[in-house]
Structures are given as C-alpha cells and as structure tokens.
Design a protein around this ligand. Structure first.
Ligand code: DGL
Length: 287
C-alpha cells in the first residue's frame, strides 16, 4: 500500500481500544494532511477502561507490535486508558520508535486553559485509578488542585450513539450536577475530557457542569505533540498530496463504521475497514 519505504514516508500508527481514537485521528488529519495514517481499533477487546493494569498493558503491547510489523514511523496511543496504564511499557518495548500518548497533551491543554488551576479530570475507572492526569498536571504546575472522576457510563452511551437526548442528560447530571451546584470558590474552572469517547458527549457534559466550567480535550494538543516530534526527528513526510488512511479493527467492521463515523466526523463504510486478529506474542508484562 505504501510504495515508498523511506522512513519519513512510513505511516503514523494510531492505536485505540476502539473507535474513540478517531477523534485524535481527525485532529491529525487536519494538522498533518500529507501524512499516511494507519489506525488500529482493538474493538474485540473494548472496553479497556474497566480492565486490569496487566490486561491493558498486554493488549496495548500486542496492538503496538502489529502496527510496528506493518511499518510505522511513530506510534500515537490515542486511548487514554492505555496511555495512563501502558505508556512506559510501550516506550520501553518499542524503543527507539517514538511513542506519544494523550495524557500529557491533555494536561497541557488544561493547564493552559485554566485560570484558577483547579481542574477536573473526567475519564474511565482504569485511567482515574492511576492518577496519570494528576501526575502530568502536577509536573506542569505543582500548585494545581486536581479532582479525578470516573464516568465509565459515558463510554457505553457514545458507543450506543446516544450522545445527546434524555438518557445522556440524566447520566451527565448524575455524575456532574453536584459539581455545578458547589459555590464558585470550590468549583473547578476547567474539565478535561480524559477519555476518547467523551468529546461526543460534550453537549450533555457542558450542560451538567454549567457555564462557568470550560471543557478541554487532548485531540488537538496530541496532534500538535506529534507534529513537534516529527519535526524534531526530521520525520515529516516529503509528500505534498493528501496522505493515505487505512482503518483496521479486530472485530465488528459494520459497528466500527456506524459508530466510528460520528467520531471521525466523516462517513466511511464497513468495506473500508480491514479486519484482523491480533496474535498474542510472547510479551512480559510488568506492574
Ligand atoms: N479508549 C478508552 C479511553 O480513552 C475508552 C474506551 C475504553 O474503555 O476502552 O480511555
């Protein structure tokens, strides 16, 4: 598919537990339109957000190995859960291949946006259990106040296509209504959507949080981090046309196309998706 084999013209590999990482892919396509992109959604094993540290790390290493075997110049871990739990293992395992996660760019976006530096992180249970966002934010501003809140049901709502409407409103209100009702001095001023699926529920989330809390996500800042890394390593493609996009899933191409089109912001069909089986390799998982 990719006719030239020079390193800078290899695709960027993007990996997520499913369709959610297409929000990051969308940002990459906008910022780096000439780059070839190879996206793998591990739909057979979604969700990662309720799984153990060992399982998520093992799945992430296997998915990354598949992309590396296909030939990529940089890996984007578009899944917040995999970024929170497995980024260090991935970097160690894949070195010297550059690996970019979404947590650090999300933390940067939030710190830049917040006036009070009182921040709220909305993510899956696995991500919040690691406090990865808290650690990333504190590295940027040791005085920041951070609250992390697991909102796992938002993933199911986005997967179901219920991004708006009464069910999404009730769930958002249940998770977030009490934060809106706090007095202004106890309320965070910025919420980070620390999960690939949450940007789709931005409407109900914004309504439940109220007008005083701004919302940021990591898609745009992740794309910027990828661009900076490619520039730093002199790995930007020298092609000047539009890059190729290849979509790969481990299960359910019909569902992937139906749900994924909303995440990518453009329509694609089941026939556009290559279905693969990830064969477990013999990988040691630590932690
Ligand atoms: N991709 C996951 C994340 O960003 C959400 C879906 C899942 O739980 O696998 O945390």
């Amino acid at each position: 598919m990719y006719e030239t084999t020079t390193q800078e013209n290899l695709p960027i590999g993007i990996f997520d537990s499913g369709v959610g990482g297409l929000t990051v892919l969308h940002a990459l396509k906008n910022l780096l339109p000439a780059e070839n992109l190879l996206y793998l959604g591990d739909t057979a094993r979604l969700p990662y957000g309720t799984k153990s540290h060992d399982s998520v790390t093992r799945y992430a290493l296997q998915a990354a190995d598949y992309l590396v075997q296909r030939g990529i110049k940089l890996l984007v871990v578009a899944c917040n859960t995999a970024s929170a739990l497995a980024l260090e293992s991935l970097r160690e395992h894949l070195a010297p291949l550059p690996v970019i996660g979404v947590v650090e760019p999300g933390a940067i976006a939030a710190v830049e946006c917040s006036k009070s530096q009182h921040l709220l992180v909305l993510a899956t249970e696995a991500t919040t259990s690691q406090l990865a966002y808290t650690r990333a934010i504190l590295r940027l501003n040791p005085d920041a106040v951070i609250e992390e809140m697991p909102c796992s049901l938002f993933v199911a709502l986005a997967e179901e296509g219920w991004h708006q409407g009464p069910v999404a409103d009730v769930v958002a209100e249940q998770y977030l209504g009490l934060i809106r009702e706090r007095s202004a001095d106890l309320r965070p001023d910025t919420a980070i959507l620390g999960c690939t699926h949450f940007p789709l529920l931005q409407g109900p989330i914004a309504q439940a949080l109220g007008p005083d809390i701004k919302i940021v996500d990591s898609a745009t800042t992740t794309a910027q981090a990828v661009q900076e890394e490619l520039v730093r390593l002199s790995l930007l493609t020298d092609a000047d046309g539009g890059g190729d996009l290849q979509l790969i899933a481990t299960d359910g191409p019909e569902r992937f196309a139906r749900v994924g089109s909303a995440f990518l912001g453009e329509k694609f069909a089941a026939e556009d998706i290559k279905l693969i089986d990830i064969h477990p390799t013999d990988l040691a998982v630590s932690g």
